[in-house]
Design a protein around this ligand. Structure first.
Ligand code: PLP
Length: 457
């Protein structure tokens, strides 16, 4: 196809891709995605691909939603842009802030009264660092600057986002983390538990790494702990049930703010509007992005609990922080229409009671495959570990790049499944039905078989 050839040449000459090995890309040429509908995307060669990653964890409502396009179009004609800096505001931004505040269940009797908007998860986490520092300054405790995060967390690509994140490769290339950001180990039972250690015991032990770190730094210097309810880009790390209650107890004990990064977990992904509901935690700040517009427009932000908002509004004066596109009216209009869809079709409820449990069952069955050490899911995120030896949980040598091999077989079979090291992960659009779950599982099984055949060659 001449279009493919032309675009691939232009792509390789001019487009520096995010998180991509360009030599590998140059050898193969980029796949040009041309259209999408429901849970499928198509490339310029006409191949249909089941998008089990919802784009990048964002297309919660699925592709091809005309009403989202129409909401954007109407807003573009009416008022394509105005800022919220000049003591000005716009109707979509106000309505969305109020709606999100309404949608997010209160925690400990306190509402999420305010929203600070940005255009992405990364920017929102930068905002969080500023909010935490500002809050503690206003509270007369300016030494509380340290933010604790977790190894393998992903919190974005800006300097603060990448510092909060616990990806060693990102730190190495960026001379990061920035000062006053530090990390503890992730609650990855399958990979980190002692032999014979139960999930429950491991969850408590993993939570107590937070307390150890707080005591090491000095509680009077710790401002916040940030974590994803379920770690997504780090490989879909589902914490044991004992983990979050113990973390909550610890942050309460030392009066430390809790930031739930719900860029992936929010908007139905775990079968609730927000992941903090599922785990019964009480965050002070909630980062959101992605699913708020189902990816149809770039939009992110932070839900701010009254505990912080009151101080910011009543004592704070001017908060010297903001983005040109904070509360962009077109993005907010699309978000409102997207929330209508999620609500009308009760996609969070469907994932919680219907398709999520079915996915858990079918995905869990993959654990019978000779390559799979564990296969588990939570709502509509799922991950499996490829191992060399199931009994000892021994991983493959990293240079074999078994995850990438499996990912290649997925792609070749018409399935987008992501590899994080040797963890293979999916996060399908929330509209995926049980038949389509079956189709996805069959494609995964085929890729696993082909990977096994390659390894035995
Ligand atoms: N936080 C989490 C948990 C994420 O998964 C991501 C992106 O994948 C981000 C933050 C960064 O969001 P963005 O890519 O919109 O900047």
């Amino acid at each position: 196809n001449p279009l493919t050839t032309e675009l691939q040449a232009l792509d390789s000459a001019h487009f520096l891709h995010p998180f991509t090995d360009h030599q590998g890309l140059a050898r193969k040429g980029a796949r040009i995605i041309t259209r999408a509908d429901g849970i499928y995307v198509w490339d310029s060669e006409g191949h249909q691909i089941l998008d089990a990653m919802s784009g990048l964890w964002c297309v919660n409502a699925g592709y091809g939603r005309r009403e989202l396009a129409e909401a954007g179009y109407r807003q573009l004609l009416e008022l394509p842009y105005y800022n919220s800096f000049f003591q000005t505001t716009t109707e979509p931004a106000v309505r969305l802030a109020a709606r999100l505040s309404e949608l997010a269940p209160p925690v400990g009797g306190r509402r999420f009264s305010h929203v600070f908007f940005s255009s992405s998860g990364s920017e929102s986490n930068d905002t969080n660092v500023r909010l935490v520092r500002r809050y503690w300054d206003l509270m007369g405790q300016p030494r509380r600057k340290v933010i604790i995060s977790r190894i393998n967390a992903y919190h974005g690509s800006t300097l603060a986002g990448a510092s909060l994140g616990g990806m060693s490769g990102m730190h190495a290339q960026g001379d990061l983390p920035l000062p006053d950001i530090t990390h503890i180990q992730q609650p990855y039972w399958y990979g980190l538990a002692e032999p014979g250690e139960s999930r429950h015991d491991f969850g408590l032990r993993a939570a107590r790494w937070l307390e150890d770190k707080i005591l090491e730094i000095g509680p009077e210097r710790v401002g916040a702990f940030i974590a994803e309810p379920v770690q997504g880009a780090g490989g879909v790390i589902i914490p044991p049930d004992s983990y979050w209650p113990e973390v909550q107890r610890i942050v309460d004990k030392y009066g430390i703010l809790l930031i739930a990064d719900e860029v992936i977990c929010g908007f139905g992904r775990l079968g609730h509007w927000f992941g903090y509901e599922k785990f019964g935690i009480r965050p002070d700040l909630v980062t959101f992005a992605k699913g708020v517009t189902s990816g149809y427009q770039p939009l992110g932000g932070t839900l701010i609990n009254e505990r912080i908002a009151q101080v910011m509004v009543e004592k704070g004066g001017e908060f010297t922080h903001g983005y040109t596109y904070s509360g962009h009216p077109v993005a907010c209009a699309v978000a409102l229409a997207n929330l209508d869809i999620l609500e009308r079709e009760d996609l969070p409820g469907r994932v919680r009671t219907d398709t999520g449990p079915y996915l858990a069952q079918r995905f869990g069955e993959l654990a019978d495959h000779p390559l799979v050490g564990i296969a588990e899911s939570c709502g509509f995120v799922a991950g499996l570990a490829l191992v060399q030896d199931k009994a000892s949980r021994q991983p493959f040598a990293p240079e074999l790049a078994v995850g990438m091999l499996c990912r290649k077989h997925c792609f070749d079979n018409g399935l987008v499944m992501r590899a994080v090291g040797d963890r293979m992960i999916v996060a399908p659009p929330l509209i995926m039905d049980c038949g389509q779950i079956g189709e996805m599982i069959a494609l995964i099984r085929l890729a696993l078989d082909r990977t096994l055949a390659d390894l035995r060659e």
